[in-house]
Design a protein around this ligand. Structure first.
Ligand SMILES: Cc1ncc(COP(=O)(O)O)c(C=O)c1O
Length: 401
């Protein structure tokens, strides 16, 4: 048989829109590290890469599950003890009308499944700019349209309600809220949440509430679950063990579907079809969910204490000539604005090569045209943060001269 000349295996077009700046910057950092330069990483949103450890009672629960041969498949939605604990936690957060709860491989899988079950090719989903890039990547895969709305830097990075109102179009199906936000560290005011809910309800949109950082509130500001504000609004709330419970590598997350049953049941059935098709989330790891949500939380206080100190250093040092930063209220991210003559991507890449300080450019998260930022992760220890910020500031000063 004649051999057909091959130009290589053709990749699907839908992958062309998948950009994931957070991981893409890693390749450049690795290249730079090979040259022997000392590296300072402000790009890794993984607490376990720094001085934070998974609480022992969660580890014990998983070890027990492994020893008890809880190593087969679990039900597709997750094990009963985990589902009960998630539902009880949602109820404690004021969420009523809970229609369904399911466990997934990280919050990421819950987000992907819920988007996949909702949007047709060409339909749109409102996503925050700046925001976590997973949403845009999944929408590219689904050949759906990301519809960015802006968060308002002048207003502590609160959602710009008027912009949301303007951006809702005939094909919009859902609105994504990341609260607390990655990459800004903002916690949303209840008033803004109420307005968004009202908009969503009047336009028949589902709200995707990503609350993966809700345990990491640094100054005692109250985090409000948007689903708690209206039991009739169709909301999927996402959470998991990755951030607040310091176990991102376990890949355990979940979704809570709330709202009116009559409105949601067809959609929820579609979500469950996808859940069944991928069998289940890692079974032994699910045994940590109940102890996480119902066990001791002392580790959280020490986590927050460390993060608060590191946030303060970040806020102090990243407000200087050519750089200004809104004070992060939660999580471990800051999103300072840069006054520089070049695009932020070029600035950050040069900074990595020249100083070994690794951060992600603001354009990787979406930003208002004409503005420039970078995202700094303040998980490293205080002395490392100070050193990294000093190099960053020195590099900035030279670039602005
Ligand atoms: C806002 C946000 N949502 C979801 C995720 C994904 O979390 P998981 O590890 O549970 O998949 C992240 C991870 O960084 C995140 O920042």
């Amino acid at each position: 048989m004649a051999q057909r000349a091959s130009a290589g295996i053709r990749a699907a077009k839908r992958t062309e829109g998948i950009v994931y700046a957070v991981r893409d910057i890693v390749a450049l950092a690795q290249e730079t590290a090979k040259t022997g330069k000392e590296m300072l990483y402000l790009n890794i949103g993984d607490p376990n890469k720094f001085d934070f450890e998974t609480p022992p009672h969660l580890i014990e629960a998983v070890i027990k599950a492994l020893r008890d041969n809880q190593n087969g498949y679990s039900p597709s939605s997750g094990i009963a003890s985990a589902l009960e604990a998630i539902e009880a936690e949602a109820a404690r957060n004021g969420i009523r009308n809970i229609l369904d709860v399911f466990v997934t491989s990280g919050g990421s899988e819950a987000i992907e499944i819920c988007l996949s079950a909702l949007v047709e090719r060409g339909e749109g989903v409102l996503i925050p700019y700046p925001g976590y890039p997973l949403y845009e990547a999944v929408l590219a895969k689904l050949e759906a349209q990301p519809e960015p709305y802006y968060l308002d830097e002048e207003n502590g990075w609160q959602p710009d309600i008027e912009d949301i109102r303007r951006k809702i179009g005939p094909k919009t199906r859902a609105i994504v809220l990341i609260n607390p936000n990655n990459p800004t560290g903002a916690v949303y005011a209840e008033g803004a949440l109420r307005e968004i809910l009202q908009l969503a309800r009047s336009r028949g949109l589902v709200v995707f509430a990503d609350e993966i950082y809700d345990k990491m509130i640094l100054d005692g500001k109250k985090h409000v679950s948007i689903a708690s504000l209206d039991p009739d609004a169709p909301v999927i709330t996402f959470n998991g063990l990755s951030k607040g419970f310091l176990a991102p590598g376990w890949r355990i997350g979940w979704g809570v579907v709330s709202g009116r049953q009559a409105e949601l049941k067809g959609y929820d059935a579609a979500v469950n079809k996808i859940l069944r098709a991928r069998l289940c989330a890692s079974h032994p790891m699910q045994h940590a969910i109940k102890p996480a949500l119902e066990g001791q939380k002392a580790f959280l206080q020490s986590t927050i204490k460390k993060l608060r100190r590191r946030r303060d250093i970040t806020f102090e040092m990243l407000n200087a000539e050519g750089i200004s930063c809104v004070r992060p209220e939660a999580a471990f991210y800051a999103f300072p604005k840069l006054d520089i003559p070049v695009p932020d991507e070029a600035f950050v890449k040069d900074m990595i090569r020249e100083t070994g300080v690794v951060a992600v450019h603001g354009s990787g998260f979406g930003e208002k045209p004409g503005t420039k930022h970078l995202r700094a992760v303040f998980l490293p220890q205080e002395h490392q943060l100070r050193k990294a910020y000093a190099s960053l500031l020195e590099f900035l000063r030279k670039r602005r001269a």
